[in-house]
Design a protein around this ligand. Structure first.
Ligand code: ZN
Length: 480
């Protein structure tokens, strides 16, 4: 509820598939190459050329369909969506109209620790358009780069099941995570690999859904949150002032933090869909659909539940690790060693490691950390060869260098002193110098013990095994 209104949100999400070649020709599907270098007569829409469907696109879309619990339409066709715009040389986009490849699914998302089920209306395949480049260098003209023409897309359409911008964000993050697990999209937001259109309406509780507006040009998840919140308030302002909401398409301007009207319902596009005559009907054998389902890896939601049940992780921690395919792979391979409890690993992964990744804008694969060196480190701490503080020093090195953990212990002089006689000598010296603290301890001031142990640790320059040190000091005090 916002200002006494219920909010209804539906999302249309486009994801670029990371196939080697484009959807209807064998041009390379790669971002960032020289403008108009990855083009051919087919993707430039030359008359007389014929498209050939890249079957990997169908496989990838079916995988996403399985992951989102969809029904797979084994027989479906492709349709022409007609519109005129300079980035679309054919003046039509090949997409799917009435019958999409996948439909009627759902995805469960986690918002503030609570699970919500969001319906998936459909997933269809289509081609991307080119990209307009605006530069002052060319006297105010726009230029067009057709490298993106024919890049394969899936469009994932949700039911209007979301009730807040936070739910929309969680939904988008879940989709992104699944796309990464399936390895069908590189999910580089800054390169436009995932883009979404947002449908928003508001209504008073108990009343029917309000008129919705569609917002385009939403290029990041945080922009989606800002755009939705802006749109909710804009609509409520109009209603509160006695106005009515127009059904319209709006464009989100993230820099200005506002949406502007693009077109109203009266001049809304009529795409004149009709079946694409140059492509055969798609027919996928049941066997192939089943095989693709078998290939789906354990997905983030299932991992989250397993981490909580099997390893006793807090739900928040489990969700954090499971959402990232890279973190989950690291954690899974650590646990597969079957040597130490989950806590021994999550302390590092969720603590120093995440901080390092965030501070340095790195991903897991940019580092040298793996299940082997992390387990070695955990082992040395568990068996008290090194202290936690020493562990942190080694951790900082093995993130960036392929070095043996055991060699680093010597190199950095981090081995703890666990030799009882050496520790006893330290304790004797410290106790002799701190008679007042001994007196305090004897008079019931138990925190004097902490002080004395601290002094011993200091005297050992942090190298004493803290557990043993404490035991020795305590023993001596009690025998005084
Ligand atoms: Zn081409």
């Amino acid at each position: 509820m916002v200002r006494g209104y219920e909010v209804v949100i539906g999302l249309e999400t486009h994801a670029e598939l990371n196939t080697d070649s484009k959807i209807y020709c064998d041009c390379k599907n790669q971002f960032g190459l020289e403008v108009n270098s990855q083009v051919c007569p087919i993707c430039m829409g030359m008359p007389g050329t014929l498209p050939t469907l890249n079957e990997k696109v169908v496989d990838y879309a079916i995988k996403m369909g399985h992951a989102l619990n969809c029904h797979i339409n084994r027989v479906c066709k492709q349709d022409r969506k007609n519109y005129f715009y300079p980035d679309l040389p054919k003046a039509y986009q090949i997409s799917q109209a009435e019958v999409p490849l996948c439909q009627n699914g759902y995805v469960d998302i986690l918002v503030d620790g609570e699970e919500r089920r969001i319906g998936i209306t459909r997933i269809h395949i289509e081609e991307d358009a080119g990209k307009l480049l605006h530069s002052d260098k060319f006297h105010g003209c726009s230029l067009v780069d057709l490298n993106r023409c024919g890049v394969p897309l899936i469009e994932i359409v949700s039911e209007p099941d979301m009730r807040s911008s936070a739910e929309a964000k969680a939904y988008l993050e879940t989709l992104k995570s699944i796309l990464q697990y399936l390895d069908i999209c590189d999910c580089k937001m800054e390169q436009g690999s995932i883009r979404c259109d947002v449908n928003v309406s508001v209504h008073k509780p108990g009343e029917p859904f309000g008129t919705r507006s569609e917002m385009k040009n939403v290029n990041s998840f945080s922009a989606a949150v800002r755009g939705i919140d802006f749109e909710i308030n804009r609509q409520i302002d109009i209603l509160e002032n006695g106005g009515t909401i127009e059904q319209e398409t709006r464009r989100w301007d993230d820099a200005k933090g506002e949406s502007v009207s693009m077109r109203s319902k009266e001049d809304s596009q009529d795409y004149r869909y009709f079946p694409e005559p140059d492509l055969l009907t798609i027919v996928v054998e049941q066997e192939r659909v089943d095989k693709l389902k078998e290939d789906i890896p354990e997905l983030p939601n299932a991992k989250l539940l397993r981490y909580v049940k099997e390893f006793g992780l807090a739900q928040k921690d489990a969700a954090f690790i499971a959402e990232s395919v890279e973190l989950a792979t690291l954690f899974d391979s650590c646990m597969a060693k079957g040597r130490f409890p989950a806590k021994s690993y999550t302390t590092w992964i969720l603590g120093d490691f995440i901080k390092y990744l965030n501070d340095n804008s790195k991903t897991v694969s940019d580092t040298k950390l793996n299940a082997d060196n992390l387990t070695e480190l955990v082992e040395l701490i568990e068996n008290k060869t090194i202290s936690n503080a020493g562990g942190k020093k080694i951790f900082a090195v093995i993130l960036e260098q392929e070095k043996s953990v055991k060699e680093l212990v010597d190199e950095l002089g981090l081995a703890q002193v666990s030799d009882a006689s050496a520790l006893e000598a330290i304790a004797d010296k410290v106790l002799a110098e701190n008679e007042k603290s001994i007196h305090d301890y004897k008079n019931g001031k138990t925190n004097a013990l902490g002080y004395l142990v601290g002094q011993c640790m200091k005297a050992s320059r942090g190298k004493a095994n803290p557990g043993m040190m404490k035991e020795i000091v305590l023993n001596k005090l009690n025998n005084m």
